[in-house]
Write a protein of this length. Structure first.
Length: 235
């Protein structure tokens, strides 16, 4: 990446950035909503992937976050998502090129952290199933902070765990909230187009650059020109 201090650490989103889970998350949420007499369509639910589940269910069910249907929806979600993880192998769970890319990032000297709207325990489980948990120096979930995405608190917590100032970190994510969090934290916002948000949505949220693969993320932050995939710069 050009301009500013060299990137030394990546603050990575999980769902839709590292883990190929948005489709399953959307399907599970749709089933839970239908079971509770609040049917929704995919176009309404999918953009919410990556934001705290409690807030999502409260909004879609028309209740307060501590409402009874929200609590039962969360319990059902955890059970169904756990079953999904148990039935999904590591190769299917990771987005294309992610496992290799994470190892290459560590080999290149980059420090890696996770900032996810999942609870910390759930994030640790997904990373373990992907076989990459040991590559991360810091992991923060929505229950690790008082204010979740797009507030900068989570990104700053992870940067502290990496031992890096915000200016030496890039936030990599597929969601609007990821880009907004990066900007608020004073970090470089890098969007990936293979997840939930569109390139236009990511750029509108402040993405400095939008790439089409995880390999492109690594090439971008390390300055490698070899086999660099195409990416869209912010206009």
């Amino acid at each position: 990446m050009t301009g500013g201090a060299p990137v030394a650490g990546l603050v990575l989103d999980l769902d839709g950035t590292l883990a190929d889970t948005p489709r399953a998350i959307t399907a599970i949420m749709l089933k839970i909503l239908a079971d509770r007499g609040a049917p929704a369509d995919e176009a309404e639910v999918r953009p919410l992937v990556g934001r705290p589940l409690e807030q999502n269910f409260a909004r879609l069910l028309g209740q307060a976050p501590d409402g009874p249907d929200v609590a039962s929806a969360l319990a059902a979600y955890r059970e169904l998502f756990r079953a999904y993880l148990e039935a999904t192998g590591p190769a299917e769970l990771a987005c294309a090129g992610v496992v290799e890319g994470l190892h290459a990032a560590r080999s290149a000297g980059l420090r890696l952290g996770i900032a996810t709207s999942k609870p910390r325990r759930a994030a640790d489980r997904v990373l373990a199933l992907m076989g990459v948990a040991e590559l991360f120096d810091a992991v923060a979930g929505d229950d690790s902070v008082r204010h979740g995405k797009p507030d900068p608190e989570m990104a700053l917590l992870v940067a502290g765990g990496l031992g890096l100032p915000p200016a030496r970190c890039a936030v990599v994510g597929d969601g609007v909230a990821d880009m907004e969090m990066a900007r608020a934290a004073g970090m470089r916002p890098v969007g990936v187009s293979y997840g939930v948000a569109t390139p236009a949505e990511l750029r509108a949220a402040g993405a400095e650059v939008v790439v089409d693969s995880f390999a492109a993320v690594l090439a971008l932050v390390t300055g490698s020109a070899a086999d660099r995939p195409t990416y869209d710069r912010e206009s």
